[in-house]
Design a protein around this ligand. Structure first.
Ligand code: COA
Length: 210
């Protein structure tokens, strides 16, 4: 299936899908100080507003977003990258680094190589932008970890203070995302070293937007 999948920067008509996938993913997990916010109407409205604002004001954000389309142009998933100097949820992006801020594929399209293709698109973009580090964070217990390891991402070592802070942070923001009895706590930061350089057919346009 992934052979027929094409990755493009989302246009105005596709922003709605990006907002929807992002909101669905957040709605299943999002909490604040252990209070579930998932079904809170104002949160999804807030998310929509924020995305709408970034749509009009930040060309750069759009050029760092990849939307996977099937052969009939139907959106299947998307990836949002962030580069140095761009606002990024929960991560400060260093010079020479491109960070995966979010990655999601529609439930019915999972397990068919779309996620991997989006990750590869992001890596190619990062190389074309002259970066040498590709990074992401993943909650412990998320099956996506296997995909990332197979793709070449390596878990960063965290000392016990960092690990403890991460556990508290994840607990407050996401509660127990994989169930109260799940054995996992916290999140992994993962990195992949890459060789910067031109990639055929790939350009990185920071757009000059705010
Ligand atoms: C993680 C995700 C983007 C992967 O996309 P995908 O198109 O299913 O990925 P691929 O088909 O390229 O690779 C499949 C691998 O992804 C992983 N995976 C994670 N969740 C999966 C799911 N629900 N179904 C199938 N595979 C999944 C597995 O490692 C799988 O490999 P395996 O079959 O050998 O175990 C997708 O499952 C998803 O949207 N999950 C929910 C959102 C999420 O957790 N995003 C990551 C935040 S860090």
């Amino acid at each position: 299936m992934s052979d027929s999948v094409q990755i493009v920067n989302p246009d105005d008509s596709q922003i709605e899908f990006v907002v929807q996938v992002q909101t669905d993913f957040l709605n299943s997990k999002h909490m604040c100080c252990l209070i579930p916010l998932g079904n809170c109407e104002s949160v999804s409205e807030k998310t929509k507003q924020l995305n709408a604002v970034s749509k009009v004001s930040q060309t750069s954000v759009r050029s760092y977003a990849g939307l996977a389309l099937d052969s009939s142009g139907r959106p299947l998933g998307y990836i949002q990258l962030k580069g140095h100097g761009m606002y990024c949820d929960m991560h400060k992006v260093k010079p020479g680094e491109v960070h995966v801020e979010s990655l999601a594929v529609l439930p019915e399209a999972r397990g068919k190589g779309v996620g991997r293709k989006l990750l590869q698109w992001g890596e190619d973009k990062a190389k074309a932008d002259g970066c040498s580090l590709y990074s992401l964070a993943v909650l412990k217990g998320n099956p996506a970890l296997r995909l990332y390891e197979r793709f070449g991402f390596v878990k960063k070592e965290a000392d016990c203070v960092e690990a403890c802070m991460a556990n508290m942070f994840v607990l407050c923001c996401f509660g127990r995302p994989y169930g109260c009895c799940d054995q996992h706590f916290g999140a992994y930061d993962m990195e992949k070293k890459i060789e910067p350089g031109a990639v055929e057919g790939v350009t990185m346009d920071r757009g000059g937007g705010a």
